[in-house]
Design a protein around this ligand. Structure first.
Ligand SMILES: Cc1ncc(COP(=O)(O)O)c(C=O)c1O
Length: 457
């Protein structure tokens, strides 16, 4: 039996092509494979929804970004931003490629240690560094970038315990022309606060400043913002050197390069609105060459997250229900929603169909599985009539989704990696009730069935 489909009226285009080079509304793109593996095969083996990473894409993207900088400046190091994606396999690939670990919590530090990352290959940023973990990290040789004055006191106490002065970095916040200005992390440059803190380090006599860190924000679409940032960081370093003789060994410029995804509210495709990675590398490295003193080549540290991993990740999801809203708009319920796709709140994803589906396209809504009104993945997507079981492939989703996903209402699904050899490896297993159960404790007076039965309804 064929399902009823509401008739749809389509505007006929005739004559010359329109300025967007396509006269008729086109079918949505079909993506039947991910990294060479058929979507249907992946679902048969690992279920739906399913996160799929391409090792080849990840390595290629990392190398492209690294080479853009390494061909322009001699001392470049990448720090892999764990918060962007701390799946072990992903971190291990990036460490193999030579990236340090860039961390912002004790949990991330624990993860890096489990992976065997040596302290000299770790940078610890962020506003929360519990004392014991900070001491362990200092003993381990981790590079610490100070976020606030209480950390200065903690580090001085650790220096006293160790009986030696410590080399530290500090985080700056500054105006690079980007709004909003991320002023809550580190010390402000323009107000003089950062220089006061250097004076405080000098007065304390236990900490020596050897590096500067600054992360101006994320999805920065203007390379000139980095030029301003780098110029201010270099100048600040030389001001410190002029007053106290401390020369900066490194300039850590944070992350923030955009991925090829599309932000909500941005009409054009990424290739139209986004500068290339070479544009960013030019802006940053040209500024370094222009502002650094002859012979001074501080290490340039880049903590790019989103731009490295986003395109390597896709999510397969299946339609589990179809409906029409009261205004006639087709709506589909998928087995993945904002619980797995946190970036849905600001990205307009590239959503492809796993097979060609006949029928006229209509502007439709894609909902996730949560019984929550906010669970909307796309509110205006042109789709042919979908049926239960049809699969969609959502990309680019490699950044921030597998760290910010929620165990809310639903279990989190399998994550697989398609290796360079084309093998499919399970890199994170789907959760089940035991994951929740082993963390919960039922007080004994509630543990018996009779106890439950004695409660009033
Ligand atoms: C200190 C720091 N470094 C690096 C990153 C990675 O940023 P992105 O993913 O925008 O490259 C972040 C993200 O917020 C950050 O806070």
């Amino acid at each position: 039996m064929q399902a009823y489909a509401k008739p749809v009226i389509h505007k006929l285009h005739s004559g010359t092509m329109n300025k967007f080079a396509g006269a008729a509304p086109r079918q949505r793109r079909v993506r039947s494979e991910i990294a060479g593996v058929p979507v249907e095969e992946l679902v048969q083996r690992f279920g739906s929804p399913l996160f799929v990473y391409s090792e080849r894409t990840l390595r290629r993207q990392f190398r492209t970004i690294r080479n853009a900088f390494a061909t322009r400046y001699p001392e470049v190091t990448f720090g892999w931003s764990y918060k962007t994606n701390y799946l072990k396999a992903i971190c291990a690939i990036l460490h193999q490629e030579g990236a340090m670990a860039e961390l912002v919590s004790k949990m991330e530090y624990d993860k890096a240690k489990v992976l065997g990352v040596p302290g000299q290959q770790i940078i610890w940023n962020g506003p929360h560094k519990p004392f014991d973990a900070l001491e362990a990290a200092v003993r381990d040789g981790v590079t610490i970038n100070i976020d606030h004055l209480d950390e200065v006191e903690d580090l001085e106490a650790i220096a006293t315990r160790l009986g030696r002065p410590l080399e530290v970095g500090m985080r700056l916040n500054l105006d690079s022309g980007i709004q909003p200005c991320w002023s809550r992390f580190g010390f402000n440059l323009e107000s003089g606060q950062a220089m006061d803190v250097v004076q405080r380090l000098v007065d304390g006599g236990k900490l020596r400043l050897v590096g500067l860190h600054c992360h101006i924000g994320t999805f920065i679409m203007d390379p000139q913002a980095y030029a301003q940032q780098v110029e201010k960081m270099v100048q600040f370093g030389y001001d410190v050197e002029a007053r106290w003789g401390w020369r900066m060994n490194y300039l850590d410029i944070g992350g923030g390069f955009p991925s090829r995804s599309r932000l909500k509210g941005v009409y054009h495709a990424a290739d139209v609105v986004l500068p290339s990675i070479d544009d960013y590398a030019d802006a940053i490295c040209d500024t370094l060459w222009r502002t650094l003193k002859p012979g001074h080549r501080p290490r340039l540290i880049i903590e790019s997250g989103r731009a490295v991993i986003d395109e390597a990740g896709s999510l397969i999801t299946s339609i589990c229900g179809t409906k029409r809203l009261p205004n006639g708009t087709p709506a589909y319920v998928m087995d993945a929603g904002v619980n797995l796709l946190f970036t849905a709140f600001w990205y307009r994803f590239d959503i492809a169909m796993a097979r060609a589906i006949p029928g006229p396209c209509e502007i439709s809504v894609l909902y996730g599985p949560l019984c929550m009104n906010i669970d909307v993945v796309d509110e205006g997507i042109s789709l042919p009539p979908l049926s239960r079981g049809d699969r969609l492939v959502v990309s680019t989703v490699g950044a921030y989704n597998n760290t910010q996903w929620l165990q809310f209402i639903e279990y989190r699904p399998n994550v697989v990696l398609v290796t360079e050899a084309g093998e499919v490896e399970l890199i994170r297993s789907a959760e089940d009730l035991s994951d929740l159960d082993r963390r919960e404790h039922l007080p004994s007076h509630l543990a018996t069935r009779s106890g439950m039965e004695s409660q009033p309804c």
